[in-house]
Design a protein around this ligand. Structure first.
Ligand code: AMP
Ligand code: TRP
Length: 326
């Protein structure tokens, strides 16, 4: 299968992102042709500081490689390095209705309260469709929040195919495991998030040991003292059990047994050490990669490989549409 996913170049990538998404990106690369794109053009749909964006692009690329995405197996590249994305987005925009874009909940949320929103925010889903269709992708692993964007991508592909012939492969979304959904440490009924104000609410992949320990030790639990998995009544403890299980590979029921009659303090301390140990190699490898010359070389190589595919697709698409002098 051809697998494609895009990630925004932002900081604070946390264990929720890792367990919910990144780990699966790594697993997929052994059996499939995977393309992982750092979507910097999507990032500028809201104003960004240029120097910071550049740094974030390299940070995310290094982090992806540090968790095990191998740029020799997978194609890892930066969206704006491949002109086909913007080019195809225009053609798709001519086959998308303003009404369907106006229904996107992400656009409604992001533009709420603003009298005028950037056109790029409105057409964001079309650029995303271009990302996917440019590589004839079969499968797109994404979070549930992207359901509508995958649906509109499929709708556009089907519409173009009906009008022009077999132009595009119609992709499927592969929704990342909800079971692996990691909740906020200070408010365990909401999702762990990159943007929450309290840094103790999350464990970022690059947190140092002191910060990891502090986040776990200060996490919200309850007062009944039982280490039991019961998300409805014990969301804090259940979230910690999920994290423990994800990092140790042990089923939750075994962990419950192991900590029967043990206090929260001990449980948290051991979870903190488990997390420290799980993230230490990622941080170490991140620091080596981020500083290396190979990082830029890998992205350049990724862009060349992506471009080769993109150019082939664009030639085919232009033929179907009758574009260009030939
Ligand atoms: P985002 O933070 O929205 O850029 O998320 C990137 C990916 O990480 C998404 O595809 C989600 O599947 C995943 N993700 C984000 N937050 C969590 C979370 N708290 N738990 C599990 N997965 C998450
Ligand atoms: N919109 C996605 C997000 O915010 C990022 C993205 C852009 C993407 N292009 C994509 C995801 C193509 C999958 C495929 O998470």
């Amino acid at each position: 299968m051809r697998v494609f996913s895009g990630v925004q170049p932002t900081g604070n990538i946390h264990i929720g992102n890792y367990l919910g998404a990144l780990r699966q990106f790594v697993e997929l690369q052994d059996e499939n042709a995977c393309v992982y794109c750092i979507v910097d053009m999507h990032a500028i749909t809201v104003p960004k500081d240029a120097a910071l964006l550049r740094e974030n692009i390299l940070d995310v690329a290094a982090l992806y490689m540090a968790v095990g995405i191998d740029p020799k197996k997978s194609v890892v590249f930066v969206q704006s390095d491949v002109p086909g994305h913007a080019e195809l987005a225009w053609i798709l925009m001519c086959n998308t209705y303003t009404g369907e874009l106006a229904r996107m909940t992400q656009f409604k949320e992001k533009s709420r309260g603003n009298e005028s929103a950037p056109a790029g925010l409105f057409t964001y889903p079309v650029l995303m469709a271009a990302d996917i269709l440019l590589y004839d992708s079969d499968v797109v692993p994404v979070g549930n929040d992207q359901t509508q964007h995958i649906e509109i991508c499929r709708d556009i592909a089907i519409r173009v195919n009906n009008r022009y012939g077999k132009v595009f492969v119609v992709p499927e979304g592969r929704f990342l495991k909800e079971g692996a959904r990691i909740m906020s440490l200070d408010d365990p009924v909401s999702k762990m998030s990159k943007s929450a104000e309290n840094p103790l609410s999350r464990i970022s992949l690059l947190d140092d040991e002191t910060k990891i320990r502090k986040s776990v030790m200060k996490s919200t639990t309850d007062s009944d003292g039982l280490i039991r998995f019961d998300p409805a009544n014990k969301p804090g403890v259940s979230n910690l059990l999920n994290i423990y299980s994800a990092f140790s590979g042990q089923p939750v029921s075994d962990i419950e047994k192991k900590y029967e009659g043990v206090g929260y303090g001990t449980f948290k301390k051991e979870l903190a050490e488990l997390t420290v140990d799980a993230l230490a190699p990622i941080r170490k490898s991140y620091e080596d990669i981020r500083r290396s010359e190979e990082l830029r070389a890998a992205l350049k190589d990724g862009a060349e490989r992506a471009n080769a595919v993109a150019e082939r697709t664009m030639a085919r698409v232009k033929d179907f549409f009758g574009l260009g002098a030939k």
